[in-house]
Write a protein that binds this ligand. Structure first.
Ligand code: 5GP
Ligand code: ZN
Length: 141
């Protein structure tokens, strides 16, 4: 993808603060460091979103997220900035907050009292709606 900034970053055409790299992925520090240590896991191949991203690669991306989470916990603790929590986030589509249309995972180290994080609104579904939702999802698997 010629005009994709994350393709260029992931493949080293644009310099980045790289935390980790292997044949398939590059992990960088997000420009936005509202949460210190905010990282992005980028596949080197272009996939716009989770619908395009192959399931086999999803496992590897999550394994890298798991490794980074442990490194963040250990590293920040050693630097006397112990973490209080950590989120893994992956946005798909504008409605979900995706702004760069190249699949990526956010790794978000958290400290108590840091900036608020988008959460889902609470609404308990009724039993009939739950049943219909199950039918929709299970039927499509
Ligand atoms: P999204 O909203 O698509 O899930 O996340 C895109 C993320 O990419 C944002 O957190 C934004 O700060 C980050 N970002 C956008 N452009 C760049 C860039 O050129 N370099 C880095 N390191 N991060 C970027
Ligand atoms: Zn791309």
């Amino acid at each position: 993808m010629d005009n994709c900034i994350f393709c260029k970053i992931a493949n080293g055409q644009i310099p980045s603060s790289t935390v980790y790299e292997d044949e398939e992925f590059r992990v960088i520090l997000d420009l936005n460091q509202g949460m210190r240590g905010h990282m992005l896991i980028l596949p080197k191949e272009h996939y716009a979103n989770i619908y395009e991203f192959p399931e086999e690669k999803a496992g590897k991306a999550m394994a890298i997220a798991s490794r980074l989470a442990k490194a963040a916990k250990k590293g920040f603790e050693a630097a006397h900035m112990p973490l209080d929590g950590l989120n893994i986030l992956q946005n798909n589509g504008e409605a979900a907050g995706q702004t760069v249309m190249h699949y990526h995972l956010h790794v978000l180290p958290r400290h108590a009292g840091d900036d608020s994080f988008p959460v889902w609104s609470e609404k308990t579904a009724d039993a009939e709606e739950m049943q219909e939702t199950l039918t929709i999802l299970k039927g499509a698997l």
